[in-house]
Design a protein around this ligand. Structure first.
Ligand code: FCB
Length: 458
């Protein structure tokens, strides 16, 4: 039984909610914005459920003022959003689009007027199509273009924004985008995926250098989505293969950024797949981090193969064999994800133990998809409140075990374009009617406002 007594967070703990550009902005090609890989992908038949695209999304581009006012009403102290690279640099390099920059300047100004701390991400998967056309993150050239873009943003917004992250969930962009092809740009090429996994980190390191050269005092981080990888059910997965999944999903990112090395077992397994790594790269990658963003949703549950399983392998984990996903649990969210708050605690404690130089952590995403309707102007979503309650308690447990966590962002402020799954997976504290674009805060939004007001759960 979970103990449901009151819990309190330390003074100064920062409470927020998160979104991402392509998922909410809409206004796809307005104001001089260039196309991104997600425009191309979502307009390719068969790639996104029901043919949904981000063309309109939540129309946040046109509703920025009201949306920020809504954040203030909900008591948010911080807002994590991402910048659409192709809105500010339509081709990803060269010409800068003043209209696009003005949009983010206005967003930041509105947030600050309401006392909400902005926390922008530079790359939440919407790579400018112009860069994809020259090889995207498979190419080392894109790494230096990212550095230029990061410097531009530090120059243009760094006077008002101190908290930045470079990449959001680089594992997803690399492997969902280039190994399984479930996300843009939709490739199924393991060597490309590994090159991207390396180049994203290199771009991150370069961006940190470029931003620090531009301005001092910025608080710079990166957002990773680690998960425990756990055996569940039968047959048992080979432990060394489970360890390899852990290396691809978790250790690659933390070992590189915090230790300046890639996991030896994974390099051995990848062999020539990892040819993009060049001498000196890891020094660039392992720049000091002011903070680290952790996105946590669920533990990865795995089992060994039965005679009925295809032996094709698990595309997102290229060299792993003999392992597949455990069957969906009876209780799960609309994503089919298990609910594993105990894993959240264990994961944070593990990071704290394994990486003595772990910087202060912000939980940059955590949340769940449930489709609860609006009835007479109210949207009751008890399952989301339950999920958040359990995960905040799990987080508090980790903090009590010594993990230095400074903030928490719920995913997501409002229902939005959930990538390849379109608009049917609803993660919002706020319900969005995608016909009228009307916003209706769910019960969970008011519950969360109360958590923020009391800096804990009463
Ligand atoms: C994360 C993504 C975010 C959202 C949530 C549900 O992987 O960073 O954009 O899609 O999952």
């Amino acid at each position: 039984m979970t103990d449901r007594s009151a819990i309190q967070f330390p003074d100064g703990f920062l409470w927020g909610a998160a979104t991402a550009s392509y998922q909410i902005e809409g206004a796809a090609l307005e104001g001089g914005r260039g196309k991104s890989v997600w425009d191309t992908f979502s307009h390719t038949e068969g790639k996104v459920a029901k043919g949904h695209t981000g063309d309109v999304a939540c129309d946040h581009y046109h509703r920025l003022d009201d949306d920020v006012a809504m954040m203030a009403d909900l008591g948010l102290q911080s807002y994590r959003f991402s910048i659409s690279w192709s809105r500010v640099m339509p081709d990803g390099r060269g010409a800068v689009n003043a209209v696009g920059l003005a949009f983010y300047q206005r967003l930041v100004d509105r947030l600050l007027e309401h006392g909400i701390t902005p926390c922008p991400t530079l790359f939440h998967w919407d790579l400018p199509q112009g860069l994809e056309d020259i090889g995207g993150f498979r190419s080392r050239d894109t790494v230096s273009w990212f550095g230029d873009y990061a410097a531009l943003m530090a120059r243009e917004l760094g006077d008002r924004v101190s908290m930045w992250s470079t990449f959001n969930e680089p594992w997803c962009y690399a492997y969902l985008g280039h190994a399984s092809g479930r996300h843009a740009p939709g490739l199924t090429d393991p060597a490309a995926a590994v090159a991207v996994a390396h180049h994203e980190l290199l771009a991150h390191g370069l961006a940190l250098r470029a931003m620090r050269a531009e301005r001092s005092g910025l608080q710079l981080g990166i957002v990773i989505n680690p998960s425990n990888v756990r055996q569940e059910g039968t047959p048992t997965a080979p432990p060394e293969q489970v360890r390899l999944i852990d290396a691809i999903h978790n250790r690659w990112w933390f070992d590189a950024t915090l230790r300046g090395e890639y996991p030896a077992d994974l390099l051995a397994s990848y062999g020539p797949l990892a040819d993009a790594i060049q001498p000196g790269d890891l020094e660039v990658i392992a720049q000091p981090l002011d903070w680290l963003g952790i996105n946590y949703y669920f533990d990865i549950l795995v089992r060994g193969l039965t005679a009925d399983d295809s032996a094709d392998g698990w595309l997102e984990y290229p060299t792993v064999t003999g392992v597949t996903e455990a069957p969906t649990r009876e209780v799960h969210t609309d994503m089919g994800w298990p609910i594993t708050p105990e894993g959240f605690t264990a994961l944070l404690v593990r990071l704290h133990t394994d990486y003595p130089n772990l910087p202060p952590i912000h939980i940059t995403e955590n949340g769940c998809a449930y489709d609860d309707p609006v009835v007479d102007g109210r949207c009751a979503d008890p399952r989301r409140i339950e999920y958040l309650d359990l995960h905040l308690r799990a987080l508090r447990d980790a903090m009590q075990q010594g993990v230095d966590v400074r903030g928490y962002y719920q995913w997501s402020l409002m229902d939005n374009f959930e990538w390849a799954l379109g608009y049917d997976k609803r993660f919002g504290l706020v319900h969005v009617d995608f016909d009228t674009l009307e916003r209706t805060p769910r019960d969970s939004a008011f519950w969360y406002r109360d958590v923020i007001a009391h800096n804990g759960i009463r």
